[in-house]
Design a protein around this ligand. Sequence first.
Ligand code: GLY
Length: 403
Amino acid sequence: MNYKTLLLSVSLNFLLVPVFAQGDVAKAFSFAGKQTTVLLKEVDSAKLAAANPALVSPRNTKPDGSLGMINSKDWCSGFFPGELWFLYEYTKDAKWLQPAKAFTANIEKEKDDATSHDVGFKIYNSAGNAYRLTRDPHYKDVVIEGAKTLSKRFNPVVGSIQSWNSRNGWKFPVIIDNMMNLELLFEATHLTGDSSFYKIAVAHANTTMKNHFREDYSSYHVIDYDPANGQILHKQTHQGFADNSAWARGQAWGLYGYTLCYRETKNKAYLEQAQKIAKFIFSNPNMPADLVPYWDFDDTAIPNVPRDASAAAIMASALYELSTYSPANAKNYKATADKIIKSLGNGYQSKIGENHGFLLLHSTGHKPAKSEIDVPIIYADYYYLEALLRKDRLAKHKPVVIR
Ligand code: GLY
């Protein structure tokens, strides 16, 4: 190749690579827009059929093939409003604004529900995104109220937020998923200047880092504490294959959680934790070639077990962010996330008009309870769109997370 041809080829690559990369995201959002239009119609029909106005958000496909609708209290009620906000964010098309506002309003009362840690998932993904994109002060108040509610579940003796109420013999169960809810607390400190939310989030992250993780940086799902003295009573993996196994979504929650904790605190210990979790996940011999994990890395029946596309989507979204904090691993993390997104787009997307308008197939919710096995689940779609937005921002040299 002579000098001129080389120069031409380099400049063409420079011009074309981002355009092609953008093509993937644009295509996926165009698909998501079409499917979500279907889902909005299906939600209306399901509400009419059930004659139950309390069923406000879609969650899954039920075993009989019908659309699974949930009330606002369900831990998954904030994901669909969040998806509508993501569609609005990417397309800037006002047609998403009205449903985004309406589905967010439907679950707003959850800001006061102190009966589980899930107020974080519900309020941050709906009102948190709404505030980020509109700056309407009403949403700011909802986020702050939600954070106050979540803070009530913090026990300073344990140094953690209690995830679930006492049941199943647990006294003070804390689940790895709870790491995700810290984002609501960090946001409330940004919005109010009150550092008490931040301090609770940091204490929870530190206690979880100490007690949930094994030597190989895989994590247990549930640590049950004695609330009177903070002693550990049980270490379990309630939603996984066995107590000592690595439940795929739990590993994804940990990866995402410590990445966001590093973003908010710049504490290197959180960055290292996220990197070690990433290493456990992506060097695991049971990770399939397409990087969409089996539902549990240690199921002894692998490869004849279901995948969890939701875990893959959460991992991709987390990795795009982590790539911006880890210069030495940036290329590798981004390439891994790109590969997951490619896999999800090729083998895991629904056909347009099918599956009630859900985006991704093949998620697994709670296999031991024989619930939501290898089906579309709303949180897979939420984190898929979030990952796509992050991929897009990276390509446009914007901050990967926009508050
Ligand atoms: N947060 C519950 C789950 O991941 O299934």
